[in-house]
Design a protein around this ligand. Sequence first.
Ligand code: SAM
Ligand code: SF4
Length: 334
Amino acid sequence: MSHAPRGALVDSFGRRHNNLRLSVTDRCNLRCVYCMPAEVTFLPRAELLSFEEIERVTRVAVTLGIDKVRITGGEPLLRKDLSRLVMMLSAIPGLVDVGLTTNGISLPQHAQALKDAGLKRINISLDTLNPAKFQQITRRDDFDRVIEGILAARAAGLGPVKVNAVAIRGFTEEEVVPLTAFALEHGVEMRFIEYMPLDAGRTWEREKVLFAAEMIAILEAAFGPMKPSPDNDPRAPAVDYDFVERPGSVGFIASVSRPFCMSCNRLRLTAEGKLRNCLFSLEETDLRSILRGGGADLAIERAFQESVASKWEGHEINTSRFIQPERMMHSIGG
Ligand code: SAM
Ligand code: SF4
C-alpha cells in the first residue's frame, strides 16, 4: 500500500497531484496558429528560471508527492544545453519519470545527448504529413526537420516516442489516417489532442474541434475495428484505443468532448516561475519571488499546498461560463 507523503498535494476534491509540467521557455521556432500569434514579444532572458531554480522547485515538489515531470515550453530545445537540466532532474531521488515535449526540429542534434542524460519519454508534435499544410499551421517551413527529428529520437533509442497532433475540424480529418500509418510504420505512438481554447487569435469555437469519437470512426473505416486498451490508466488524460485486427494503438486526449478534470493530477510551472494548478487557471502563484527573495524550501512547499488547495473543480470549456486565460499555450507550457 502506498502512503501519501507528508503534506501530499491533495485538493478539496480529493485529487492527488503527482505530475508537474515544467516550461523552460516561452520562445519557439514555430508559430503554430493554435498556440501563438505570428508576432510575439518573448520574456527577457533574466526572467526565466535558471536550471538550478527549476531543479530546486522540483526537488521540493518531489517531497510533496510529485514523481513525474515533463519539460515543455515554448520550444524547450531552444534552451541551451537542455540535456544538463534532464540530467539534474533525473538525479532527484523519488522522481521516477522525466519526459520532454518538443516540436522535434532540433532533435537530430540533441536526441543522443538527451538519451544519455536519462530522458526516456518524448512527445513530438506533428499535425500533418503534408508539407504545405505544415507551413499553413506552423507558419514555418520546417516539415523535413521535424520528420528527421522523429527518426533521430527513434535512432537514439528514446522510448516511448509519441507523436502529438492537435485535432482541428476542417484540417485534421484528412491527416488522421496518414499520420497513424506513419506512426505504425516507424514504431512510434500516434496521439490526437482535441483543439483547446488557448489560441492567440481567440478564434476557438467548439465547432472547430475534431472529436475523438469522429477520429476513431475515420480510423475504423481505414484499419478495421478499435477498442479501448485494457492498459488504460484512468488517471491519464490520454485514452488509448487498440486495433482489433492488427497490432498498434492510437491515443486520444479528449479534453473537450470528454473532460478528465475529475482525475486531474497535474500542476504547471511557467518559464518565469509561476505555478498554475490548471491549464485554464485565471490565477497563479509566483514562486520566482520566493526563489530570488531568499525564501526557504518551506515557503515553496506552502505555495504548492495553497495552490493545490485552491484548485477549482474543472475547466468549463463546454459552458457559457468559460473564461479563456490571458496566457496562450506557448507561455503556459502545454
Ligand atoms: N513546442 C513543443 C511542442 O510543440 O511539442 C512543446 C510546447 S507545445 C505548447 C505542447 C503541446 O501543446 C503540443 O503538442 C501542441 O500541439 C499542444 N498545443 C498547443 N496549443 C494547443 C491548443 N490550443 N489545443 C491543444 N493542444 C495545443
Ligand atoms: Fe511552438 Fe509548440 Fe506552440 Fe507550435 S505548439 S508554436 S511548436 S510551442
